[in-house]
Design a protein around this ligand. Structure first.
Ligand code: GRF
Length: 180
């Protein structure tokens, strides 16, 4: 299975995938300053900087990608790609979906909303990407506590630790399922 990871920022989830020994065939980013690109170069993973006018589907086809992993990719995936890759695109989200998902819930905003609502728990979710934002079938989900003393940043860090464990696990689950 040829795997592409897509990341717009730091790429700590991408790093977690590499650290688990999962072979990543391509790192795609839409941001040339993304630290994820440096991580790819340091680990011998080919990179592709996606231009605004470029077709993602064309790139994925050219590299013969089977599985697309969205790891902090801050742009919605076009419908032609979603249709061409049913149950072949996964995303990591820093909340217990379906809570705190959809439009406007990204990055620190998710954790701010969780604290605002005085939730006692939060967590991370890996799900398949379908036609709508953050609604596809859930693959794995893991919870953590939310404390009275939490700031959005401290909660973000706790959830990120879960993400780093959960995303490689979900990929392994899919790859193993494929090989059965
Ligand atoms: C993570 O919180 C992920 O859930 C969200 O974007 C963030 C990416 O972080 N989709 P990183 O670039 O992997 O460090």
């Amino acid at each position: 299975m040829k795997i592409a990871v897509m990341a717009s920022g730091s790429g700590s989830n991408f790093q977690a995938i590499l650290d688990e020994g999962i072979k990543v065939d391509l790192l795609i980013s839409n941001q040339k300053q993304a630290y994820a690109i440096q991580r790819a170069q340091a680990n011998g993973v080919p990179t592709h900087l996606l231009k605004k006018t470029e077709s993602l589907l064309e790139v994925l086809t050219r590299y013969q990608i089977d599985l697309v992993v969205l790891a902090g990719y801050l742009k919605q995936i076009e419908m032609d790609v979603i249709k061409a890759y049913p149950k072949r695109i996964i995303n990591i989200h820093p909340s217990l979906l379906p809570k705190y998902g959809g439009k406007g819930f990204y990055g620190i905003k998710v954790h701010q909303a969780v604290l605002q609502a005085q939730e006692s728990e939060s967590g991370a979710t890996v799900h398949y990407v379908d036609e709508q934002l953050d609604t596809g079938p859930i693959i794995l989900q893991e919870k953590c506590s939310v404390y009275h003393t939490d700031t959005p940043e401290s909660l973000q860090q706790r959830v990120l630790q879960i993400e780093h464990r959960l995303l490689p696990l979900a990929i392994k689950k899919i790859v193993e399922g494929e090989n059965q």
